[in-house]
Design a protein around this ligand. Structure first.
Ligand SMILES: NC(=O)c1ccc[n+]([C@@H]2O[C@H](COP(=O)([O-])OP(=O)(O)OC[C@H]3O[C@@H](n4cnc5c(N)ncnc54)[C@H](OP(=O)(O)O)[C@@H]3O)[C@@H](O)[C@H]2O)c1
Length: 320
């Protein structure tokens, strides 16, 4: 189970699944030599202020569970929760990456436990949730984030590919909620955030499977928010826009080339902030939703997409 089986066609430079319609700029933008300063990731990263919160962090002593934290948004969220004092249990299939994230969190003075598990396998989901809860004594926050992409036209997609996307993105969220809720019901409190996508709002020609799976997340969250609101449990869906993670970054691309690509990609694809998100920025939103700052928010679908779904940018027909 140590292999990365993400079927996301978005790892191909010209077939990014997230925002699948617009994105095939990489080859073109890089080949055209679009120049400019590299995107400044440091300006948006979680800063020293939150690192130094230490024992006064918003999640001090709370038990937080994160699915899909071996890389990307989940990894950034797991580290951010730990910086704010949480005890973090997280999973993903790639054990080597998981152990590395666990080590990074502990080296920084935080508390985390990595457990190798597959969100498609009910017994593993149950075991993961129960082990984290028993290790840390409660379950205060769950971030159900694991997901895969996969952009293909319906007639070109195999039934197995369709099923895998639904099993990971939709059924996986259902399974996580199924096994998290009993712990929260016992405590009569809890917060659950599930990762959907801006692609749930903005369909693409080759995004049927992915968009369907992420829309399903909204349905699960809205319904569960009604069921468990009276029991003190809040659930919300988070819709990230295109975010700089292995989900969208082609493997092996040099940093400088990727920075150029992102700089060209932003204004063409994101009305509003005109750039790709950083994983740490999405993680900040997750922590905000999970905090006590939004006690009246439940059943909501929150876009954190730099304005992408508010607008309708399109690559010009020339492709330029
Ligand atoms: N990046 C974007 O542009 C973007 C935009 C909107 C929404 N999203 C959503 O954000 C979430 C995180 O994606 P990301 O961008 O951070 O990409 P990522 O770096 O590829 O992270 C995906 C995470 O999900 C885990 N995962 C996938 N399948 C799994 C399975 N069967 N069991 C357990 N864990 C599994 C992966 O771990 P293993 O491979 O180790 O199992 C990994 O930790 C996904 O739900 C994605 O759909 C991403």
């Amino acid at each position: 189970m140590d292999t990365h089986t993400n079927t996301d066609a978005s790892t191909e430079p010209n077939a990014k699944s997230e925002d699948t319609g617009r994105r095939s700029l990489l080859g073109g933008a890089v080949a055209l030599g679009l120049a400019g300063a590299a995107f400044d990731t440091t300006a948006h990263a979680v800063g020293a202020d939150s690192r130094s919160r230490g024992k006064s962090g918003r999640f001090q002593g709370k038990s937080v569970l994160v699915t899909g934290a071996t890389s990307g948004i989940g990894r950034a969220a797991a580290k951010a929760f730990a910086r704010e004092g949480a005890h973090v249990g997280f999973w993903g299939r790639r054990a080597e990456l998981g152990r590395r994230v666990e080590r990074e969190i502990r080296d920084a003075g935080g508390e985390a436990t990595y457990i190798q598990a597959d969100v498609r396998v009910a017994a593993q989901v149950q075991s993961f949730v129960d082990r984290v809860t028993s290790r840390y004594g409660s379950l205060d926050v769950a971030f159900n984030n694991a997901g895969i992409g996969g952009g293909k036209l319906p007639h070109e997609m195999t039934v197995e590919e369709w099923d895998d996307i639904q099993a990971t993105n939709a059924r996986g969220v259902f399974l996580a909620i199924k096994y998290e809720i009993p712990h929260m019901l016992r405590a009569r409190r809890g917060v659950i955030i599930c990762t959907s996508s801006s692609a749930a709002e903005q369909a693409r020609p080759n995004g049927a499977a992915y968009t369907a799976s992420k829309r399903a997340v909204h349905g699960i969250v809205k319904s569960a928010a009604l069921a468990y609101g009276p029991k003190g449990i809040r659930l919300n869906a988070l819709l990230p826009g295109t975010t700089d993670t292995p989900f969208v970054r082609p493997p092996g691309i040099p940093d400088a080339e990727w920075a150029k690509y992102k700089q060209a990609w932003g204004p063409l694809n994101v009305d509003g902030l005109e750039r790709m998100a950083e994983a740490e920025e999405i993680a900040r939103a997750v922590l905000g939703l999970a905090s006590d700052d939004f006690p009246y928010m439940t059943g909501a679908s929150i876009a954190v997409d730099g304005g992408a779904t508010a607008g309708r940018k399109m690559i010009p027909p020339s492709g330029g």
